[in-house]
Design a protein around this ligand. Structure first.
Ligand code: AMP
Length: 198
């Protein structure tokens, strides 16, 4: 699958280990070098700011999508290739989803988790066929990935949908998985009906 633009969800904080921001900068530079545009939340703070800064410094295209209230609070990154100011968080996510060919989460908090899980939910309902994954920097997502295995083992995620959640420790490895990704065809509604009827 060709990735022309990648949407990255990540923390508005830098986190407590320098590895996180380092990896955000590494990903930003890698995307720019590979000619892959970055779509992100438009903030200048934390992981977001590091990621966007590195992509811009390396000549990359960076599109920020930010809701009006955050923009008015002066947290937007200035000097992006393009900054789209939208009315609501819902509009923001829909626009980010439309602009990108894949979705990656880097370490972050509630905002990051909510964003990647909503995109994964849309994928399992067949609303898009784009690759989604977690960049497991310094093992940050390992407990979550383990929990997702538990969720699948307990019958709440269809195994093909669990397999749809890509992960790797290094940006280049995860990007390669995105490029080799074959969309999953298993339908969530049919799987749930099958469980009910058997
Ligand atoms: P969190 O992981 O809770 O820090 O939230 C980060 C995610 O929420 C990002 O992917 C953004 O889309 C959004 N977000 C949270 N805070 C900001 C901010 N100050 N500026 C722009 N976007 C933000």
């Amino acid at each position: 699958m060709t990735i022309k633009r990648l949407c990255v969800f990540c923390g508005s904080s830098p986190g407590s280990r320098p590895d996180y921001a380092r990896a955000a900068r590494e990903l930003g530079a890698l995307l720019a070098r590979r000619g892959i545009g970055l779509v992100f939340g438009g903030g200048k703070v934390g992981m977001m700011g590091q990621l966007a800064q590195a992509a811009l410094e390396n000549g990359g295209e960076v599109i920020g999508v930010i809701p009006r209230d955050l923009y008015d609070r002066n947290v937007a990154f200035s000097g992006l290739t393009d900054l789209r100011v939208v009315g609501t968080m819902h509009e923001r996510k829909a626009l980010m989803a439309g602009l990108a060919d894949g979705f990656m989460a880097l370490p972050g908090g509630l905002g990051t988790l909510e964003e990647i899980f909503e995109i994964l939910t849309w994928a399992q309902l067949g609303m898009h066929q784009k690759p989604c994954g977690l960049l497991d920097i310094a093992g940050y997502f390992t407990p979550l990935l383990r929990f997702l295995n538990h969720v699948a083992e307990q019958g709440f995620i269809d195994p093909p949908h669990r397999a749809m959640i890509l992960s790797a420790e290094f940006p280049g490895d995860l990007l390669r998985q995105f490029e080799n990704y074959k969309p999953i065809v298993a339908d969530k509604a049919e799987w749930a009906l099958g469980l009910t009827e058997s």
